[in-house]
Design a protein around this ligand. Sequence first.
Ligand SMILES: C[S@@+](CC[C@H](N)C(=O)[O-])C[C@H]1O[C@@H](n2cnc3c(N)ncnc32)[C@H](O)[C@@H]1O
Length: 461
Amino acid sequence: MLALIDEHRTSDTIALDPDQLRPSPFSLTVYGDPSEEVEDLIASIHEHGILVPLVVAPGSEPETWEVISGHRRLASARAIGMTEVPCQVRSIPEGEARQAAVLEYNRQRRKTFSQLMREADALEQLWGAQANARRRANLLGSDRAECRNSDDRAAGAGRTDAAIARHLGLGGKDLYRQARTLWRMAASGDARAQSGVAQIDRGTRTIHAAYKDLRRRDRFGSDFRPTPYDVWAFRHDRAFGIPHPGSIPPALVAHTLHYFTTPGALVVDPMAGGGTTLDVCQSMGRRCLAYDLHPVRPEIHPHDVRLGIPPEAHGADLIFCDPPYHTMLAAQYAPDSVATASLNGWMEFLHDLARHAFEALRPGGYLALLLAAQTEKDIPAGFGYIDHAFLGYEAARQAGFLPERRISCPMDGAYLPQHVRRARTEGRLLGQVRDLLVMRRPSRPMEKPPFDLASTGNRPV
Ligand SMILES: C[S@@+](CC[C@H](N)C(=O)[O-])C[C@H]1O[C@@H](n2cnc3c(N)ncnc32)[C@H](O)[C@@H]1O
């Protein structure tokens, strides 16, 4: 390919005004906006100037040039206010040849996964078009030898996944196929695949791991084997929900759905976070309406649960609530979240939540309330801990719910190794107590309990 580029060489290095240079639209599509990644380059160009000339071809307007290689250098030169940049002019024709040249010049650059996959899209198209042209030429009986330069050999192999994987330096064809599946699902708007792509771009997940997440999505399908115990100690699983502060192990939701709903049930999550409930519902055939004050996925609708449960979610079979707790993790949530409320404000929120849930559930429907005990900070004077589950129980009872089940759900991975070491040294207990309260809206208005545990003194009434 470089031989092809050299064929188009028309000048030695000349100085051009940056105002005459236009970025290649194709390069912007594949590699994104170059001005976002030029801080280091600006410093270097400031000190040493531009050491390697840009490569340009005649632009579509007179007196302009399209940049084939050197978009980051151009962005840096503009940022510094340079009036001339060194350029080498090539007469590469517009269209496919110019796109191929852009890809070739970028071959050795360090790329994100998204940039690589956009290159793959472009290569599939370019090589596919070349292969079609060759097939047509063969049908017309033209001399096949004409096509035998190195580019055509690449193009001949280019229709295979192995050749594209090799060209991109992405490993073998199997890994490329996994990458492509993930990329296609992300392009179709799948929020979990998009999150996987973003994680690979950031270097926090491998292609293989993100692909395996996709394959585990039916983990709670027909062969789901629930635990029969009421202690649900499960681990996080990145196949469900997208990374979010306070996200929960999906098996907690799966067990709640299994024991308290039937297929087709309407499940509502008014504080959906990264969408764990949404994804588990999808894998278990439940309908789900998800809301959050600050939605992070398109399937989660913006709504403040303090205003009630939205009308379209009324008649729900189950409302799953995983609220942020009073001040815990508050720094990780938006300032208007209930996480920043005072303890009194937070308790009021719980009472409102229980009332709203009661109104929205169908008679006989369930409220599932996940609440951890607060042991670490902002504990009122004289208290060793705040029993959020107890407060939730009171709120739900006062709203009219009947207790159905209390399930122990110890927290998974809530502490970093250094926290554990420090607690050991200081002889402190680390809190992992968390409960899932499942409360039932009575089926009939007259259904009343024989006693009221929520009243002061716990005396039978
Ligand atoms: C603990 S997180 C939920 C995590 C979720 N279960 C998951 O697995 O990703 C609590 C969520 O409540 C949301 N939230 C806080 N105050 C809210 C409010 N008033 N209305 C709706 N959502 C709220 C926060 O934005 C946050 O996403």
